[in-house]
Design a protein around this ligand. Sequence first.
Ligand SMILES: C[S@@+](CC[C@H](N)C(=O)[O-])C[C@H]1O[C@@H](n2cnc3c(N)ncnc32)[C@H](O)[C@@H]1O
Length: 275
Amino acid sequence: MQTLQKSLVSAVLCAMVWHASAAAQTAADKASTYEPTVGQSGKDVVWVPTPQALVDRMLEMAELTPNDRLVDLGSGDGRTVITAAKRGATARGIEFNPDMVALAQRAAKAEGVADKATFEQADIFKSDFSDATVVTLFLLPSLNERLRPIILEMKPGTRVVSNSFTMGDWQPDESAQVSENCTAYCNAHKWIVPAKVAGTWALGDKELVLEQRYQMLSGSLREGNNVTPITDARLEGEVIQFTVGDQRYTGRVSGKSMSGNTQNNAPWQASLSAS
Ligand SMILES: C[S@@+](CC[C@H](N)C(=O)[O-])C[C@H]1O[C@@H](n2cnc3c(N)ncnc32)[C@H](O)[C@@H]1O
């Protein structure tokens, strides 16, 4: 009687184990054959992949090097992250759709870059990507504008490249179009996070007043009673350039000080006195 009971229990257990492993196998099969559909809904924007020709162009615009840490916000099938990793960078994708995350992880493995190309399931608006040196996006103008204040707090010099969509009134530093092997969504825009320089600076015995709108600068240089407006003034990350009269100043900003040379090779140095 006891033997019969034991046999029945082990038969039931075997059936349960078989059922569980069959179910797990079905889920794994389903996951490994998951095929996304262009235009499928996403949390804040649908999935449309960036054409590979534009991915390549975007990474060239970013001047991506193996020293960079790239983040693709809404990474879809992972193509930008994987391409960046193949170019030697450390690359991270943040994607809300878990099936897309798994798809991208499988693609990174298949391409042999799973160590450099990583993906996580998360909401880009709840993620910290402040350590990235390159940010890529293919979202929507409204989402780019929501991200803009976060991006502007990133380290000066961080490059941001967006497929197609702009950043409101923050004008791009560069725009490009790809015509070969690209039929839709073939434009990209690049911004370089500018250093923050608005304020009054003591430049030798002169007073430099800078007003800042993103990378664009205006202001004046006061020397005694003489006030001369600055012209052609802008930032490229930490690099500042402006003209006063016939003097072109070029320098580098480092927190509350900046220094450089004029076009005549005369060194100059300034420190922030009021912001
Ligand atoms: C237009 S696709 C771009 C995909 C990829 N970056 C590329 O260029 O090929 C946008 C992606 O963002 C994802 N997405 C939408 N809202 C998101 C959010 N709040 N957080 C993370 N991912 C999101 C979508 O699932 C979709 O895969």
